[in-house]
Ligand binder design. Sequence first.
Ligand SMILES: Cc1ncc(COP(=O)(O)O)c(C=O)c1O
Length: 466
Amino acid sequence: MTAGNTTSSATNSAIVTDYRAKTPGSGALFARAHKVLPSGITHDGRYLDPYSIHVGKAKGPRKWDVDGNEYVDYFGGHGAMLLGHSHPAVVEAVKKQMEIGTHYGSSHELEVRWAELVCELIPSAEKVRFTASGTEASHMAIRLARAYTGKDKIVRFVGHFHGWHDNVAAGATSHYDGTTTTGVPQGVTDLSILMPADDVSKTVKLLGERDDIACVMFEPSGASWGQVPLPPGFIQALRDATTKHGVVMIMDEVITGFRWSMGGAQKVLGITPDLTILAKIVAGGLPGGAVAGKRDILDYIDHAASAAKKREKVSHPGTYNANPLSAAAAVAALTLLRDEDLAEKANKTAATLRAALRQVLVEESVPWGIYGDSSTFQIYPNPSGEPLDPATFDAQKMGFAKLKGARTPALSGKIRMALMTHGVDVMGSPGGFVSSTHGADEIERTVHALRMTVRDLKAERELKVA
Ligand SMILES: Cc1ncc(COP(=O)(O)O)c(C=O)c1O
């Protein structure tokens, strides 16, 4: 099968015209939004040309925009909604907490219960410190690693995303050559050593050669929750080398935590990092994050432990750390996840979904790939139009440059808009997150939407099939 994709101007696109016709209320809200919000949005990942939908309601695996259009939702709150939207147990817990206080400015029982659950579920968690987001958890983990080792440099991998703070900004979604990104001083970027994620021997060698490295951090799924899978053995080799050279291993489980399994990716892999960062699911769909890990590293935030060692403690304030509403949602969600193994339920649904979507590509002779781990799916839309058989597509053989390095926002945007017009909302990569509430009906609707989408793309010559 040979094929080629081209992108054409959105102005004469039937896909864009249909999308606009179906979403006039979102268009009107965007007109207001862009006067007061840069690009009319509040997260770069929600950017869509000409505008993104404005949602008014979500429940379980579905959401509805302000025009009343219903979508099977795979955006999943950027991966936070493993239990689906507004799970009754989470709603109940948050409502109850709302009545008795949203911020005590004091310690409270729910934060203790929350930490106990994290320590029970996540293998590496001996102690935990809550933050208000994954970005904050990432920032704190790096600070702890630097304090613990007395070293400054961070090893990161090309395309791996760890939030938006300065230490991890360059090389995650752009600047894959390690140059700095707008607003981030070159000196800060120079503190990171950006390594390729396709050959672990280079990193192993680096760790043996240098003595200024505080930590190695990575997404255990591979870049962007598995968009670029890691080669087999990669993480174990990192574990061995970091242990040998006294470098802190930080596993970024902001996406994979509680999703890859109820004990995260580390439980599936059987590899225990020194520090783990968590967010999204950890707070039950409300804002929150956490750094968990070895007691002697977390002790750098501990007053008594630091005083006993006669060292200055690492500072960590944060107004919304472990706020009662997030703690209430988190305790309800993590308890359910544990008792009903909902991660496994979502994993099974996603495996069925991936197989069904792959079958659509085969039947429609579309040279794309469907892949992904756990309760996720990724679509490789083959932007350069190389010959590709969807039945045998293997993301492991593709490499970073194709899977993430050559993303084409125009084509991905059209795929997203066409899918939305047919009742499905996905992440921009494109790809998505399956929840424990998705089931056979959602799969059937998604299969139909993908079939209609590839036909729409063929109709406007965005997808040529030989
Ligand atoms: C792997 C990973 N790490 C860190 C973060 C940052 O988390 P937050 O958006 O809560 O700051 C994200 C967010 O998408 C993520 O996917």
